[in-house]
Design a protein around this ligand. Structure first.
Ligand SMILES: N[C@@H](CCC(=O)N[C@@H](CS)C(=O)NCC(=O)O)C(=O)O
Length: 214
């Protein structure tokens, strides 16, 4: 498998965690999101993903897949253990709810191209950008924190690592990077601390990637 991604991309981070949990070996192909206006916009990369976003997973058969959650569900079907989405339909729905809170509702509105549009075309200052991030992360984390009252055990849903945890950790990483006060979210903080001790999560951290700090 080949994973086209970027060290600080939260969607790439999700796929790295899933590959590590399932112990699937893969090769990293860095796509620099900032260099030369963004390598994700190159003609060559658009052959892999017309949406000009990372990640892309290329399978040994040469198929290329986009959308981190679709990729993770593909990996789940290929290597069912350890399960990332519970078999029980109700538990599976709870896991997907938390996963989508982070990956569908929060991450897209704080994505690089949105922030670049704010400070570029819309001529907003860096302070406005930071305010935007803090506002939307605050709303999303407040709701997530509340949901955890009903679902959490050691991790987001019970005591097994699930897709919800995979989607949470990259958003916590981003939140810390942008100076969000995580003490306001003690359940998220506690779960994130437990997850960040697991080898699959440690190996997936942005700083551990070949293209880190480039
Ligand atoms: N829903 C997509 C989101 C992909 C995405 O937003 N990728 C970001 C990095 S996390 C990206 O490539 N951004 C480049 C840009 O905004 O130009 C997924 O889950 O794969």
């Amino acid at each position: 498998m080949k994973l086209y991604g970027y060290w600080r991309s939260s969607a790439s981070y999700r796929v790295r965690i899933a590959l590590n949990l399932k112990q699937i070996p893969y090769l990293t192909v860095p796509v620099h999101l900032l260099k030369d206006g963004g390598e994700q916009k190159s003609a060559a990369y658009q052959q892999l993903n017309p949406a000009r976003l990372v990640p892309t997973l290329v399978t040994p058969e040469g198929e290329h897949l986009n959308q981190s959650l679709a990729i993770i569900e593909y990996l789940e079907a290929l290597c069912p253990e350890p399960r990332l989405i519970p078999a029980d339909p109700l538990m599976a729905a709870r896991v997907r709810t938390l996963a989508l809170d982070m990956s569908a509702d929060l991450q897209p509105i704080t994505n690089l191209r949105i922030l670049q549009f704010l400070t570029g075309e819309l001529k907003q200052t860096d302070d406005v950008k930071l305010n935007w991030i803090h506002h939307w992360v605050g709303q999303a984390f407040t709701a997530f924190e509340q949901r955890l009252v009903d679902t959490a055990g050691r991790y987001c849903v019970g005591d097994e690592v699930t897709l919800a945890d995979i989607c949470l950790i990259p958003q916590v990483y981003n939140a810390e990077r942008f100076g969000i006060d995580m003490a306001k979210y003690p359940r998220i903080q506690q779960i994130a601390a437990a997850l960040n001790e697991l080898p699959a999560f440690i190996a997936a951290r942005p700083e551990a990637q070949v293209d880190a700090n480039t």
